[in-house]
Ligand binder design. Structure first.
Ligand code: BG6
Length: 485
């Protein structure tokens, strides 16, 4: 059970707080996982009262169709502090509230500051946390009781990520900083380390001698919805490429951690990202494709001349012994035909060695890891179709979480929050992991910058309900391969 805590959510009326954080906290409360004493304080610009903020949260949860049993008991723990991020007044009032909670409890309770605002506010909020000494917790100069939670995107490129990190490290110790990438909290992503290293049968073939290539698809059927103001300045590469895709790649590429401990796992993840082969900015057009869905420019709060990408596909490599020269094809897009996040490990086709004249299926063995939805893992193998003549056919062996565990997979944010309460940083990025991924991503951004300066450059447009611009297929086809549907 958790010790008492207070979580202050900056940006509490925004999309992330409303669609994920408060509902996950409520779900944990209903599962009896929040402990007896806790306080949630929403901090944002709008002038709400505590009750008005509770109503906003209630309506949002209702809209998502979740059960509202026990809402009243939960809502008693929710408060609201209006304030501008760049004015001291709101912070000062926040201090009074926090002190009142400490007084009520007769002790310094752990303070968690969750930055769930657009990233351009991070620096300002951090400055005020420092100036008002909120960062020090409980007013007696000890930072022991505070934790800082910061959402992606962490910076806009390598340089800004580094300066944000410098600022953070001047205010907080590393053990207090939780850099969130909720993909690390997904059940299916956590399972990758178990699946690969707890089973002896995969490790021997998990390398360039057996694997032809790896494909990762991150498809979302929705567009940007009401997030234009955030998304238009960010784009798909920074929004999901620099982080969520990186976690999926890492789960495939990393070596067995030296120990299943916070640093053991983070070391293994960092080494994997470090092995990414950089793409030279001048060469970006050869292996990276971007696109924008039709109608994006007319979305609310989007610049009508925007060149922001809502789709990105690339071919990339890892320079390590395990995967040297194995291509990784990755694509991520909005308004794709379906919601699907999956990793396919495509093994080298060996069927023809013996069965060439009987006709081998086009693809050999494929291991498909379905991150979401229909969480599970499938293995495609070649079998003899029943009958007197020899004929080969692919068949799928499937494991699904739904059938096997008979419970709904919890939202990743529940796991993320529980780990923050427990002070466990294994599923949070260390600063070196982020620097390595920015090293890679920043070169692509520089390449795009060069492209955009060409006189006739126009970002390729794709129709909704399609898998991105045709150039994304060409990435594959020129290698004689294709995306698995
Ligand atoms: C967020 C991105 O981090 O992840 C969104 O900002 C994206 O653009 C979302 O839609 C995807 O998360 P999930 O858990 O719905 O797959």
């Amino acid at each position: 059970m958790n010790a008492p805590f207070v979580i202050v959510i900056f940006g509490a009326t925004g999309d992330l707080a409303q669609s994920k954080l408060i509902s996950s906290l409520f779900s944990l409360f209903r599962k009896n996982q929040l402990g007896k004493e806790f306080y949630i304080i929403g901090f944002a610009r709008r002038k709400f009262t505590d009750d008005e903020f509770r109503t906003l949260a209630y309506e949002n949860i209702k809209q998502h169709g979740s059960s509202l049993n026990h809402w009243e008991e939960f809502a008693k723990n929710i408060y609201y502090q209006p304030g501008l991020f760049d004015e001291v007044q709101g912070y000062e009032e926040l201090i009074k509230r926090l002190n009142a909670f400490d007084k009520k409890m007769g002790a310094c309770i752990t303070r968690l500051f969750y930055l769930a605002t657009p990233p351009n506010n991070y620096s300002t909020i951090l400055d005020f946390l420092r100036k008002t000494k909120l960062s020090e917790g409980c007013g007696q100069g000890s930072s022991k009781w505070t934790r800082l939670v910061i959402e992606k995107p962490f910076g806009k490129d390598l340089e800004t990520a580094k300066s944000l990190d410098e600022k953070l490290s001047k205010i907080f110790e590393e053990k207090q900083i939780f850099r969130v990438d909720h993909y690390l909290g997904k059940e299916t992503v956590q399972n990758m380390v178990v699946f690969r290293f707890a089973n002896g049968i995969f490790e021997p073939v998990w390398n360039k001698n057996y694997i032809d290539h790896v494909q990762i698809t991150f498809g979302e059927s929705k567009g940007i919805g009401g997030r234009g103001a955030f998304f238009d300045g960010v784009g798909m590469l920074r929004d999901v490429g620099q982080n969520h895709l990186m976690q999926l790649l890492t789960a495939v590429v990393m070596e067995q951690p030296k120990s299943f401990s916070k640093e053991g796992v983070r070391d293994a993840r960092a080494a994997a990202i470090k092995a990414l082969r950089y793409i030279d900015p001048e060469e970006v057009s050869k292996s990276v494709v971007r696109g924008q869905y039709q109608g994006y420019k007319k979305e609310k709060n989007v610049n009508p001349n925007s060149e922001t990408e809502t789709f990105v596909a690339m071919k990339t490599f890892f320079d390590n012994d395990r995967f040297r020269d194995v291509p990784f094809y990755i694509r991520a897009g909005k308004k794709m035909p379906k919601d699907t996040v999956e990793i396919s490990i495509v093994f080298i086709q060996t069927c023809h060695l013996l069965f060439r004249e009987f006709g081998c299926p086009e693809e050999g063995n494929i291991l498909k890891i379905r991150i979401q939805p229909d969480e599970g893992i499938g293995i495609r193998v070649i079998a003899k179709a029943p009958g007197s003549r020899l004929s080969l056919k692919t068949v799928d062996m499937e494991f699904t979480y739904k059938e096997e565990f008979r419970e709904v997979v919890s939202d990743a944010y529940e796991k993320i929050l529980l780990d923050i309460f427990a002070g466990d940083q294994m599923l949070f990025n260390r600063s070196d992991e982020l620097s390595y991924s920015w090293e890679f991503i920043t070169r692509i951004l520089q390449g795009w910058d060069l492209q955009s300066r060409l006189p006739n450059f126009k970002i390729p447009i794709y129709s909704e309900n399609t898998s991105g611009p045709k150039e994304a297929n060409e990435l594959f086809e020129k290698d004689g391969r294709k995306w698995l549907e």
